[in-house]
Design a protein around this ligand. Structure first.
Ligand code: FE2
Ligand code: FE2
Length: 279
């Protein structure tokens, strides 16, 4: 896959904005395109290698936060050094995507912590800059340690995942129990889980759910893991649902001007977050 955006474009194709004409949706279903091959290849790797063991190993490494420390704004600019080479005409750089998401949330009059969440929600993609392969950074997220749902995109690729034949992990509940709650579950590793751990002491719980589960499409679109969620998770998922359209569909015709918005976002960062972020 040449670009992180290939996965995100695919998410948009699967979940087009309500009201988009059917013709456009048909164009999206062009399964023979080279672009589609790279999406398949991305999911083949993601589903093969996102094992319970991978998640524990990545947590043991990255949750040390010993890679880099810098002011938050500098970290956002650092993220922006991730260059997208797949579609230079239409794709946004990372900072533009984050500002557009946040500005759309702000324009709808939501609380400032919600705006801040929109602004930072993809910062965890700095994992790519630490040499992590894309299948370990982006992609739909899902629980590991129990049976992979067939509601996850390209479920057939899970047959290559060793956990699929490991009887500790391949039953409906695996290492978990009925409605044990998402906080007791290991999600596949990626930018969502990583940023959750970076921000968990600073943001309201609603914001933390948005950050941690914003790529958990098989749950928020298909309710594939209701047997693991508890009542509190369901309550909090209303916020994930509220956040998701901003992430997917905030494309403003007039790109935000970073220098004009920087003071507002610097203030928001200062209100909620420590001066530096440890990555
Ligand atoms: Fe994301
Ligand atoms: Fe995003």
């Amino acid at each position: 896959m040449s670009s992180l955006d290939v996965w995100e474009d695919d998410v948009l194709k699967r979940y087009p904005e309500p009201g988009v004409p059917e013709k456009k949706k048909e164009e999206f279903r062009n399964y023979d395109s080279p672009e589609n091959d790279s999406v398949r290849e991305f999911y083949r790797l993601n589903h093969k290698y996102q094992t319970y063991g991978n998640v524990l190993a990545k947590k043991a490494n990255f949750l040390q936060f010993d890679k880099k420390e810098m002011p938050w704004w500098a970290a956002m600019e650092y993220l922006n050094t991730l260059i997208d080479d797949s579609d230079p005409d239409t794709s946004l750089d990372q900072l533009q995507h984050l500002l557009q998401t946040a500005e759309a949330i702000r324009a709808d009059g939501h609380p400032d912590w919600f705006v801040l969440t929109g602004f930072i929600h993809d910062l965890g993609k700095v994992l790519c800059l630490f040499g992590e392969p894309q299948w370990n950074v982006v992609g739909d997220s899902f629980p590991v340690g129990c049976k992979f749902s067939d509601k996850i995109v390209y479920p057939e690729f899970f047959s290559d995942n060793p956990d699929s034949t490991d009887e500790r992990y391949n039953t409906k509940y695996g290492v978990y129990t009925h409605q044990c709650g998402l906080d007791n579950i290991h999600m596949s590793w990626g930018h969502d889980e990583y940023l959750y751990h970076i921000t968990k002491d600073y943001l309201p719980e609603e914001a933390l759910y948005m950050i941690r589960y914003h790529s958990f499409y098989s749950q928020h679109r298909e309710h594939a893991y209701d047997h693991l969620l508890n009542a509190h998770d369901h309550e909090m998922f209303k916020w994930v649902d509220k956040f998701n359209p901003y992430d997917l569909y905030s494309k403003s015709p007039k790109p935000p001007v970073v220098s004009e918005l920087k003071p507002y976002y610097e203030d928001l960062i200062a209100k909620y977050l420590p001066a530096t972020v440890k990555l």
